[in-house]
Design a protein around this ligand. Structure first.
Ligand SMILES: [Zn+2]
Ligand SMILES: [Zn+2]
Length: 185
């Protein structure tokens, strides 16, 4: 197992580079892992649902896994400006593979586009970081958590997202440390 595990961020189509830089620094700090920003990738067209005007996030995860240049990477977190869905929900903030390699988040809802009121930059960044750590938490095997305020709590809307703390609860922290130990991280 390689000692040097790189977590990569990749934007699907254009995303503000400032957002990527900010997230890469904060994610590296949160997990004590090296984070690399990859060149942007085109958003595929087959994941687009015309009637919903959204992209199917599960198919985007498959797309990320099929990219050969992602082969040597430890984790890939994609960021996109388009709205995401899975069939049972109106929208999703993001999705990840449990104990898998790929995760994705969208800036669409956090930016307030759906309500027509654009979120201030600091609030947007706070939301995106929460979503990034939450989805990456899933890739490190963490399930949803019911501890009040925990990052791994399920958030169905912005209000619930904003109520979460920017940290994992003690219980999730132990699970995370255990996962990292077991995987030599
Ligand atoms: Zn989740
Ligand atoms: Zn928790």
């Amino acid at each position: 197992m390689p000692h040097y595990q790189v977590l990569a961020l990749v934007s699907l189509d254009a995303v503000d580079p400032e957002i990527l830089r900010h997230l890469s620094t904060a994610i590296a700090k949160a997990f004590t892992l090296p984070v690399q920003i990859l060149p942007p990738k085109p958003l595929p067209s087959h994941t687009f649902h015309v009637t919903r005007n959204q992209h199917y996030s599960t198919q985007l995860l498959e797309y990320l896994l099929a990219c050969e240049d992602h082969d040597g990477l430890f984790r890939v977190l994609a960021i996109t400006a388009v709205d995401l869905y899975i069939p049972i929900f109106t929208f999703v903030f993001g999705e990840a593979q449990l104990d898998g390699k790929a995760a994705i988040i969208s800036t669409f809802r956090p930016q307030g586009e759906a309500s027509g009121v654009r979120a201030p930059h600091s609030i947007l960044m706070n939301r995106l970081l929460k979503l990034s750590l939450h989805e990456l938490g899933h890739t490190f095997s963490l399930p949803h958590c019911r501890q009040p305020g925990c990052l791994m709590g399920f958030a169905a809307n912005l209000e619930q997202l904003d109520k979460k703390n920017l940290e994992f609860c003690d219980y999730c922290r132990i699970l995370l440390a255990d996962y990292f130990n077991r995987n030599g991280l």
